[in-house]
Design a protein around this ligand. Structure first.
Ligand code: SF4
Length: 532
């Protein structure tokens, strides 16, 4: 259809009136006030249209009217699909160069998460399970927060800013409703849903997908990109894009951004990774190990032996399980989740205990809920139905973060992948940075890794030593740690909580005013799993 549109010169003027209308609208909006614009560019079709339209509109304006800056920002999640991030980098450079050539007030920037909020630090450091549809923690931390931080910096310099976004009403019914509900009749700009003093301008809100391609394929990129290449990317995958969405409500209406050539290479939010598969199919075989790693991450996500049996802040919860008869024998139904298949396990393979006896059972059997073993444990309790009957229920302990063992396994595999990956254009291509490794080291230490394994793992796999911060050195040597472990065993004290308390004390040591210390100690001691 698009080929037909390109070759068909009939009624060209009428077809492109939507383009000149959009540009006129942009010019009027630009002149309306002094608030600088921040345009989000993701590398996808919609944001390309917006940046190109703004660029062309400003190019057509008299220079004396170009009174304020247009910042074009792209996000780099630090886990971007390699070829996509290369092309985004190149485009940002080209936009900047061409703007300088034409004396346009554009400035391009890349926004990145802080090292302590990166994908690897959250997953391998803190143990967040790989993101999925229900627990998509990544978009905020990797994209929205860094972009919002950039906007807030601009707000503090200029008072107010306008976010220019490539959102379109026809992307989905929900998206359309959200955009319409944000709009005030007769106003060009919508209020940002969370950031005060930030406003949203959506110049292509009324474009449909044909308008988008029609414009891109008939208007060459002013900075020399090839819009036909972009079109080819979309032909290889039938999916959308992971936009640099900077309005939370609009993000919620966007669904997953992982189903896309423009998502992160590690994305486990979708069942099948479109970004990497597409590239590998079109000849970039060197990315195959990345895909294998991503698939492995997805496969272990809901493996009970990789997860702690309490949440990050220590609370324990239960997940009811269904009991079904198979060959007249009761079985526990373990439902399908992400890439974990549905399973039936005979009920007699579980230890079944009353919920109120859980604490005693854990103590007597010396069970560590933070360890890798899945204790094959079911708790029972009674519940009253609506018609007043009492029914017996079964539940498993709910899952928390990855265990320390699983985090180590992930780090080892990731570093091996980095060591063995053959990026054709960049022999020093990094999957995880030194800053992220330093953050992971700090978090592991707090989580009780007193053997300080990160430097050793890095050295063993990558063969080099890093300038690790002195303050991160462990407090105790191996002998002291094993003495402490023995003492804890003798006095039946949880070694993890002792390590946590010592870490809290270490964090506050050296400060004259130790405000917050008691709260931190209280929080550590009140963790659910200690008081079952
Ligand atoms: S592409 Fe996937 S991993 Fe990356 S931010 Fe979007 S949902 Fe998260």
């Amino acid at each position: 259809m698009i080929d037909g549109l390109i070759s068909n010169q009939f009624n060209k003027e009428q077809r492109f009136s939507f383009v000149s209308d959009a540009k006129e609208h942009i010019k009027r909006a630009y002149k309306e006030d002094d608030r600088p614009w921040v345009v989000g560019y993701s590398g996808g079709k919609d944001s390309t249209v917006v940046v190109q339209l703004v660029f062309e509109a400003l190019s057509e304006m008299p220079k004396e009217e170009l009174h304020k800056k247009v910042y074009v920002i792209s996000s780099d999640t630090l886990v971007e699909t390699p070829l996509i991030i290369n092309s985004i980098n190149l485009t940002l450079r080209r936009i900047q160069d061409e703007a300088l050539n034409r004396n346009l007030p554009f400035e391009t920037h890349k926004v990145k998460p802080n090292a302590n909020q990166s994908f690897w630090v959250n997953m391998i450091g803190k143990g967040y399970p790989a993101p999925n549809q229900q627990f998509r923690w990544c978009t905020d931390r990797l994209k929205i927060d860094p972009a919002n931080q950039y906007i807030m910096d601009k707000v503090s310099s200029f008072g107010e800013v306008i976010m220019v976004l490539g959102v379109r009403e026809d992307e989905s019914a929900t998206r359309g409703n959200v955009i319409r509900s944000h709009t005030v009749e007769g106003k060009t700009f919508m209020r940002h849903s969370t950031l005060s003093n930030a406003y949203v301008y959506a110049p292509i809100r009324n474009f449909n997908v044909d308008d988008v391609w029609d414009y891109l394929l008939n208007h060459p990129s002013p900075w020399g990109d090839d819009n036909f290449e972009l079109h080819k990317l979309y032909q290889d995958s039938n999916s959308g894009e992971c936009p640099l969405v900077v309005d939370k409500t609009i993000k919620e209406s966007a669904g997953s951004c992982g189903n896309s050539r423009f998502g992160c290479w590690v994305c486990t939010v979708v069942n099948e990774d479109k970004a990497l598969t597409g590239f590998i199919q079109s000849g970039h075989d060197w990315m195959k190990p990345l895909l294998d790693f991503r698939n492995w991450l997805s496969s272990i996500r809901d493996d009970r032996t990789k997860r702690m049996k309490y949440r990050m802040h220590g609370n324990v919860y239960f997940k009811e399980v269904k009991i079904v008869d198979i060959d007249e024998k009761p079985h526990v139904l373990i439902p399908k989740k992400s890439s974990r298949p549905k399973r039936f396990i005979a009920l007699d393979q579980f230890d079944i205990i009353k919920k109120e006896d859980l604490n005693k059972y854990i103590e007597e059997n010396n069970i560590d809920l933070g360890a890798s073993e899945d204790q094959m444990l079911l708790v029972t309790y009674e519940e009253e139905t609506l018609d007043g009957q009492t029914v017996k229920k079964y539940a498993q302990l709910g899952l928390g973060p990855y265990t320390m063992e699983a985090r180590k396994e992930m780090l080892i595999k990731l570093l091996e992948l980095q060591r063995d990956l053959k990026h054709p254009e960049d022999p020093h291509y990094e999957l995880i940075s030194i800053e992220e490794l330093k953050e992971i080291r700090k978090i592991w230490f707090k989580n009780g890794d007193w053997n300080d394994e990160v430097p050793q793992i890095v050295n063993d796999i990558l063969g080099y030593t890093v300038d690790w911060e002195i303050d991160d050195r462990p407090l105790f040597d191996k002998d002291q740690i094993s003495d402490l472990e023995l003492l804890c065993e003798q006095f039946k004290v949880d070694i993890k909580i002792v390590k946590q308390l010592i870490s809290v004390e270490k964090d506050y040591s050296g400060y004259k005013v130790r405000r917050g210390l008691i709260d931190e100690i209280g929080k550590a001691l009140k963790q659910d799993y200690l008081h079952l």
